[in-house]
Design a protein around this ligand. Structure first.
Ligand code: OXD
Length: 309
């Protein structure tokens, strides 16, 4: 039985090495050279071509190469009844924490203005805002969100979060529902989007959301490009309501070279790298999941199809 690897963004060589260090007998195949379709037991995928998983009669698991599974669920020919699992990897989580802290501190200490001043040889001393006046709101509070929230709290930022279901298992105030969203937005000088991408969360970063944020608020999107209505963000920045944004994810990736975001003085663009999967640290859970599904058990971090993540 074999594993089928499908990704243009991850290295098959690294993954083969990492996986076979945990299971030396693993038969590793790379799309489109899958050999006999009925050999394939597990598909390890990132943005697979739609339909490429449709004719694998003994497929037992579709394993995402990332923390998100939305790239799998958009395939209209997904085989029914095959469990889908996300990666939950401490290495990836750590990167996401670092990225969120970097983006929050960068806004908090006004790095963009300081860099601009440097290009003009200006000695521009910007008084820091007290940390406890920079309120951070988080949309999404899963495994990664919780770690980010804790890191920001340790730095002294007041943090609130919005989640699908109310939570009381954290020292961070979590709100849910429509009213909860409004409450979190009202108190977010810096808003971080970490939500899973679903029909409910699509376009959630829109004109109404921005209007609910306090004047001068800053938006960080490190979830999915589809969460953001790009034209609404540009209007909210250009009319002065928002102070700027740091965007790591986009509707179209790579971001087209003529996109307005690239040159916008108040927007920081990074190329979807907030959290990258590292084969050597994530491989063990893929092998664990393979063993679980082989023995008829559910994989770890299975996607709930009803919730879409
Ligand atoms: C992921 C991502 O889902 O990198 O892991 O966006």
């Amino acid at each position: 039985m074999a594993l089928l690897f499908i990704s243009n963004d991850d290295s098959p060589v690294e993954w083969q090495d990492a996986l076979t260090s945990f299971d030396p007998d693993l038969d590793f195949r790379t799309w489109p050279d899958l050999g006999t379709a009925s050999d394939i037991e597990i598909a390890l995928v990132w943005k697979h071509p739609p339909g490429s998983l449709a004719d694998l009669p003994r497929l037992k698991l579709i394993q995402s190469l990332g923390a998100g599974a939305d790239h799998i669920l958009t395939d209209p020919q997904l085989p029914g009844g095959v469990p889908i699992a996300r990666l939950v990897d401490s290495n990836l989580t750590q990167q996401m924490v670092e990225f969120a802290v970097l983006a929050v501190l960068s806004r908090h200490r006004r790095m963009k203005q300081l860099q601009l001043a440097q290009t003009q040889s200006l000695w521009n001393v910007i008084q820091p805002i007290p940390t406890h006046h920079s309120r951070v709101g988080m949309l999404g509070f899963g495994e990664i969100g919780r770690e980010i929230g804790n890191a920001l709290t340790r730095l002294g930022f007041p943090v609130t979060a919005w989640t699908r279901t109310a939570r009381e298992d954290s020292n961070i105030v979590c709100q849910s529902g429509e009213n909860g969203l409004v409450a979190v937005l009202h108190s977010s000088d810096i808003l971080i989007c970490l939500l899973p991408f679903t029909e409910e969360t699509k376009n959630i970063l829109n004109a109404d959301t921005f209007a609910t944020l306090p004047k001068g608020a800053y938006v960080i999107n490190m979830a999915r490009g589809g969460h953001l209505v790009e034209s609404h963000l540009l209007s909210a920045i250009d009319d002065g309501h928002l102070s700027g944004a740091w965007l790591d994810v986009f509707n179209e990736e790579p971001l087209p070279s003529d996109h307005l975001f690239w040159k916008h003085p108040k927007v920081i663009v990074t190329p979807h790298l907030a959290g990258l999967t590292v084969a050597s640290s994530a491989a063990e859970q893929v092998i664990k999941n393979l063993r679980l599904v082989r023995s008829g058990q559910a994989p770890n971090n299975a996607v709930n199809l009803k919730h879409g993540y």
